[in-house]
Design a protein around this ligand. Structure first.
Ligand code: C2E
Ligand code: CA
Ligand code: CA
Ligand code: CA
Length: 273
């Protein structure tokens, strides 16, 4: 603590100062990154039970000129805090839609869908429905090929307002998937209230399959419930054949994980399609 002035004492915590400095630096450079195209979308395949690639998930990558690769787990939460998630998220949607428009022209890629991760902040923003409409039009994005992945954090906000926006967006031919399912606090009855097409079981369940019977019970329960609601079930984080076999037998429709492929840049992905 340093005495500065008569009655005020300021506390300096070097660690906190550094964290704040880092935050500010990242915020400044993220603005630049958006302008200068330092962001890139990688695509991770989703496969069916015959391991055929049927869909892709877009995952954003940031190659910072000095700091190198910064993972989304580090800059997405910051972008949510400072509002940059709005332009960043719009860039991700637009880039995925442009890709879909291009792919619709080639036989090998014309049936693929692309899933884009949404932050709840985007769904809460006033202009989001209009933004999506504008992007779909300007990119000539083919109908029915774009999927938005949202998480259970949506239940922490004004659910009715969000559901109404989701309905508007669904009318434009966009589908919705609930991501990381099982990690939040949403109940099965709450899930019924939101207009979903797909449910993704969180990767923590996949990775614990071998360790306890509890995980198996949870997975069977989630799959049974999802099927009753008419949802397509995706298992995430599949890394081993044993996990793949278990999930297939449990009735999952779609599988995603390092066993099949890591997220890849567009050029590398093209080679495995
Ligand atoms: P997520 O949506 O749950 O994405 C899955 C994450 O798990 C990805 O990490 C992916 O690379 C990783 N993963 C895939 N298969 C496996 C596997 O078999 N094993 C393991 N251990 N991991 C696997 P990534 O790309 O680092 O993304 C982390 C999170 O950042 C995403 O989690 C998502 O919440 C967020 N994110 C990524 N891109 C975007 C974006 O464009 N917008 C928003 N709002 N969030 C994004
Ligand atoms: Ca996701
Ligand atoms: Ca996930
Ligand atoms: Ca996650």
């Amino acid at each position: 603590a340093k005495n500065s002035g008569r009655n005020t004492i300021r506390f300096y915590d070097p660690k906190m100062q550094e964290a704040i400095k880092y935050k500010v630096a990242i915020e400044t450079s993220l603005k630049r990154a958006l302008k200068k195209n330092e962001l890139e979308l990688y695509y991770q395949p989703k496969v069916d039970d015959a391991q055929t690639i049927i869909a892709l998930e877009a995952l954003v990558r940031w190659n910072h000129p000095e700091r190198g690769f910064i993972p989304p787990s580090e800059f997405i939460p910051l972008a949510e805090e400072n509002g940059l998630i709005i332009p960043l998220g719009a860039w991700v949607i637009k880039t995925a839609c442009l890709q879909l428009a291009r792919w619709s022209l080639e036989e090998k890629t014309s049936s693929l869908t692309i899933a884009v991760n949404l932050s709840i902040k985007q769904l809460q923003s006033d202009n989001f429905v209009a933004t999506v409409e504008r992007i779909l039009k300007s990119t000539k994005c083919p109908k029915g090929k774009l999927i938005f992945e949202i998480t259970e954090t949506l239940f922490m906000g004004d659910v009715d307002a969000i559901v109404s926006k989701m309905r508007n967006i669904k009318e434009m031919g966009v589908h919705f998937s609930i991501d990381d399912f099982g990690t939040g606090y949403s109940s099965l009855s709450a899930i019924k209230k939101i207009p979903l097409d797909e449910l993704k079981i969180d990767q923590s369940f996949t990775q614990d399959i071998k360790s306890t019977d509890d995980e198996a019970v949870i997975i069977h329960t989630i799959i049974g419930m999802a099927k009753n609601l008419g949802l397509r079930v995706v298992a995430e984080g599949v890394e081993t054949n044993a996990q793949f076999e278990f999930l297939k037998n449990a009735g999952c429709h779609v599988f995603q994980g390092y066993l099949f492929s890591k997220p890849l840049p567009f050029e590398a992905l093209k080679k495995i399609l």
